[in-house]
Design a protein around this ligand. Sequence first.
Ligand SMILES: [Zn+2]
Length: 284
Amino acid sequence: MPVVPMQSILKHAFDNRYGVGAFNIVDWVTMDAVLAAAAETKSPVIVQVSVKTVKVMGAKLIRVMFEEMAGRVPVPATLHLDHCPDRRVIEECIAAGWSSVLFAASKLTYEDNKSQTREVVELAHRHGVAVEGELEAVRGVEDGVGSAEQGAVVALDKAVAFIRETGIDSFAPAIGTAHGMYKGAPKINFTRVSEIVAAEPVPLVVHGGTGLSEETFQDLIRRGAPKVNISTQLKITLADGYRKYLAEKPSEYDPLKLLGAVKRDLVAQVAYFMRVFGSEGKAA
Ligand SMILES: [Zn+2]
């Protein structure tokens, strides 16, 4: 299918209370695997890319590759830039025709974050690009972004004012999830999701999806958080996939067989998440 806007994928998922996985890709194999899993489960899908990967591959190459690969699968797919504090990179992705960006301005003061996010939204919307906003840093550093400690949680009325006044398309609240691996069972603030959505019906985003239970995902999705980010688990599946294949076949040198085996592991992992999030069969 041709690339679909983020707004339409999130709106349908939010209105019908199912989740859409946003899977971080790092190369051709991971992008291919995420799209193949979406085709297999007939799921809409968000292909997500970190700034670090954009710096390696370039915004244009990723966009061209995505357009071609998304065109080969019969499901709605959209291309999103993960946590980006650098407005030049955001502008580069918008110019290259990406679908959506996360402007990560939680290090700024509340007022500066609001005014800068509003500027990013104005530019993005002129190009039909969606913007995800955040007020509080998600705990745990991911690809050089984020903070080690959970900062203060912004009061509900200020969070709602931020959503309304910036015009963001989705909002990533701090709800006790964290990037990377959880050391203990996370304490999730489910109520905050319900409170924000009751005050302002905007699709919310779950960061730090790796390691959450199926029940936690489904509860958050039902409350109004349809975008669920998965990055760490795919890094693990990717690295383990290479290790396993190379250990099992020490005299095999066909790179396409190696990449094919890694892709199969990734497809199984991504398809599992799609079924848990309830996006299976929602591609129509
Ligand atoms: Zn994140």
